[in-house]
Write a protein that binds this ligand. Structure first.
Ligand SMILES: Cc1cc2nc3c(=O)[nH]c(=O)nc-3n(C[C@H](O)[C@H](O)[C@H](O)COP(=O)(O)OP(=O)(O)OC[C@H]3O[C@@H](n4cnc5c(N)ncnc54)[C@H](O)[C@@H]3O)c2cc1C
Length: 408
């Protein structure tokens, strides 16, 4: 536990939010010699970063839309950063000796011919851009050697993708940031940001005077409404973890310990944890409604994939809020000259949070960073998002779920 802020302090950079975006930005900046204060409303990792499924996948969400709007420079950026998040994570695990059960190997799997065609195209694209050596396209029987299920007709294995215990990764990075001089305050919600040449962030009992501010509150904040309101609607999504399976059953289900996600719009994903539980995530609600019985919703889905788990107990169930911009392109940019923001990675936050930390550290030092590419993208803003936004998104997602069910 860390203290709350109860005074006025000075820093080069004030950061709002202690998830991957905030902590990675803090660490990247501190490694370059900047003084940083990070303010977290709850505890480090309390938001999506401490609750997520731990899949560390390559790429961004909304790639085709970003490329469409920002052109060839964006495409080049997307390929250049494809595995940058994984590389940063791997370097930090080494450098700071972070114990987070990091394992290489992930696969995206297909339920139907249309999804398989999408994976074939992704494979061809990866080969064209020099990533073919890490990828393997497999049909149903071949896939069965990696995941003991008949649910899929094939998949794309990506040996540079990975999975880990995300909260332990983040906590390790927070400690590394502190060792590099970052001051972290918990239980300290930011109530207001002052813009201008010397911006400041205000809390109930304190204030940080800074040269730059990074807003990293993701789906959990209501700051900067003029710039950010109605661009992203929070979706709730859920995870269960079984009792430890033991080596034999764990090796039978996932012999080479891949993290797997399916190709549906509203997708399910799973992996083994360090202590050999099956962690299974999926199911979203878009109406701000919580699921009452998470296990009741998710366990049958898990057992449809792995009937072998019919009698395996579920030990843990939880949910979190994920930020989904309507065109799926993450919201990364500037609210004013010295106030940056990043949010809405739509399920790619472990890798993208790490990349964004480096991007901000470069942008703040006046270097080319990629922030401007995202800042240029026009986003659809839902009018009166508080009242009609939830139902609209719910309607949209019902449509996508219907498409998943029909395989179109
Ligand atoms: C259940 C679930 C499963 C997921 N699975 C995966 C996965 O397998 N792989 C993947 O890559 N991504 C996954 N994601 C998405 C990923 O977790 C997020 O994209 C990522 O963690 C976002 O990081 P962040 O730092 O931007 O936001 P968050 O981790 O949400 O952190 C924001 C923080 O800001 C704080 N905050 C908010 N307002 C204020 C304020 N006013 N003052 C101070 N602090 C404030 C909050 O308390 C919170 O701790 C998943 C998300 C969920 C919810």
């Amino acid at each position: 536990e860390r203290p709350a802020l109860s005074e006025t302090v000075e820093a080069d950079v004030a950061i709002v939010g202690g998830g991957f975006t905030g902590v990675c930005s803090a660490l990247s900046l501190a490694e370059r010699g900047h003084s940083v204060v990070l303010l977290e409303a709850n505890r480090i990792g309390w938001g999506a970063s401490g609750r997520n499924g731990g899949q560390v996948l390559g790429g961004w969400s909304g790639e085709s839309e970003l490329a469409k709007q920002a052109g060839p420079k964006a495409e080049e950026f997307l390929w250049k950063t494809r595995y940058l998040g994984n590389e940063i994570v791997e370097a930090r695990i080494q450098k700071y000796d972070i114990k987070c059960d990091y394992v290489h190997g992930a696969a995206t799997v297909a339920f139907n011919a249309k999804q398989m065609k999408g994976l074939e195209e992704e494979y061809a694209d990866s080969v064209e851009h020099g990533f073919g050596d890490y990828m393997e396209l497999v049909d149903g029987p071949q896939l069965r050697r990696h995941a003991a299920t008949d649910a899929y007709i094939g998949g794309l294995i990506d040996r540079r993708g990975a999975h880990c215990h995300p909260l332990n990764l983040l906590l390790g990075e927070a400690v590394a940031a502190e060792k590099n001089g970052v001051r972290i305050y918990e239980g300290t919600p930011v109530t207001k940001i002052d813009h201008g040449p010397s911006p400041a962030v205000h809390t109930e009992n304190g204030r940080v005077n800074a040269k730059q501010v990074i807003l990293a509150g993701n789906a959990y904040h209501t700051l900067e409404k003029k710039t950010l309101h109605g661009l992203m609607l929070p979706a709730k999504t859920y995870v269960i973890a079984t009792a430890p399976l033991g080596d034999e059953l764990a090796d039978e289900l996932l012999p080479d310990n891949l993290a797997i996600c399916d190709s549906n719009w509203v997708l399910d994903y799973f992996r083994l944890t360090g202590d050999k539980r099956l962690l299974f995530g999926g199911r979203c609600t878009y109406s701000n409604r919580d699921i009452d019985d998470i296990e009741g919703e998710l366990a049958p889905r898990m057992r449809r994939i792995f009937p072998q788990l019919e009698n395996t107990k579920v030990d843990f169930a939880w949910g979190g809020v994920i930020g989904i911009p309507l065109n799926r392109v993450p919201l990364i940019g500037k609210a004013s000259e010295n106030v940056f923001y990043a949010q809405g990675y739509a399920g790619h936050g472990v890798n993208c949070g790490h990349i964004v930390g480096e991007m901000f550290a470069d942008a703040i030092r006046g270097k080319e960073s990629g922030v401007d590419l995202f800042d240029k993208v026009s986003h659809f803003r839902i009018p009166a998002a508080d009242t009609i936004g939830g139902p609209m998104l719910a309607l949209g997602m019902t449509w996508y779920r219907m498409r998943d069910a029909l395989g179109v």
